[in-house]
Design a protein around this ligand. Structure first.
Ligand SMILES: [Zn+2]
Length: 330
């Protein structure tokens, strides 16, 4: 079985960081950017000069500045779901930070409904399921983050599935964002949290204290036996993004995913950002196969085991289970 044919589930993928390069070139030209095609690509993708998450996050400046209209948000989302479908992704949760798309006067309703519209259009055309996760940002004000949670409630199960906390983890400690998840709990909104990437054990510990069942990355749990034990015992799903982890230097040397998997940690393999990281999900899976002892069956199992953690209905979860069970017995 070729890795491209494996039915995939994506739990951790950023919209702006996965903008289609041809669309970005088109938008940059429309906006009068004085950049060659090569320079645009350089603005969108990390290179050897990236040594930490802060360097990595610089690559979001151009896509964010381009994605400031309803049409572009819709088209970019549509293109991403289409691309994922072509990679045999059967279900994807795409995340983005609505607050970053208001530079040219869009209101939050317009931002969020444009993304939902692009997704729904793709879902109607292609055999792919999924939804949107709204990111609160570490560099946003408390008021803005609480506003995002309220908008997540407004669009919950109408395209939006959950809330996330993203941004510079090394600069803004996770423990300071309890207020986001308190409100999520009050409003019955599911959530995931970026933690254990640029910051270590204390960040993971705060995220777990906030009651999350999923961690964006979480890989730095290997630095502490107690926190690792907690992740295993509390059955936390780690949304792992190997290529991105090497680029941000959250991981140096061998990636801990095989160690985590063989010690019973639930993991889901993702790219984080197709464009910023210059990778796609098929190549990410291929890298895992080439650099670890995991097999295609293990990757299928990772997808299967992540289903209960998806922010979707039982009906869709059953459907995904059936698709993957069929595949396992091919
Ligand atoms: Zn991420």
């Amino acid at each position: 079985m070729d890795i491209k044919d494996v039915k995939k589930i994506v739990t951790h993928l950023h919209l702006d960081g996965s903008i289609d390069i041809e669309l970005a070139k088109k938008y940059a030209k429309e906006d009068g950017y004085d950049l060659t095609d090569d320079e645009i690509v350089k603005e969108l993708q990390v290179d050897k000069g990236c040594h930490n998450l802060n360097d990595y996050l610089e690559k979001f400046t151009l896509p964010c500045s381009l994605l400031q209209t309803k049409e572009r948000l819709e088209s970019t989302t549509y293109a991403l779901f289409r691309k994922l479908y072509l990679e045999n992704v059967i279900y994807a949760e795409i995340r983005f930070a609505p607050i970053k798309h208001q530079e040219k006067g869009l209101n939050l309703d317009e931002v969020i409904t444009s993304v939902i519209k692009g997704m729904e259009k793709a879902k109607a055309e292609f055999d792919i399921l999924g939804g949107i996760i709204l990111c609160c940002m570490r560099d946003s004000s408390k008021d803005d983050n609480l506003k995002i949670v309220k908008y997540a409630k407004k669009y919950l199960n109408k395209g939006v599935l959950a809330v996330d906390l993203a941004g510079a983890e090394g600069l803004y400690e996770t423990k300071n964002f309890k207020y986001i998840f308190d409100l999520c709990k009050n409003l019955n909104i599911p959530y995931t949290i970026h933690a254990g990437e640029a910051d270590g054990v204390s960040s993971i510990s705060s995220a777990l204290d906030f009651g999350t069942k999923r961690l964006g990355h979480g890989i730095r749990c290997i630095e502490d036996k107690e926190i690792l034990k907690r992740i295993i015992n509390e059955k936390i799903l780690l949304e792992i993004c190997p290529t991105s982890n090497f680029q941000t230097e959250a991981v140096k040397g061998e990636h801990p995913l095989e160690y985590l998997y063989s010690n019973g940690v639930l993991i889901s393999i993702n790219t984080d950002n197709d464009t910023v990281s210059n990778i796609n999900i098929t190549e990410e899976y291929r890298n895992v196969l080439n650099n670890t002892n995991l097999t295609i069956k293990d990757l299928i199992k990772c997808n299967y085991n992540s289903i209960p953690y998806l922010f979707t209905t039982d009906e869709i979860k059953d459907k995904l289970k059936m698709i993957i069970e069929k595949e396992t017995f091919v």
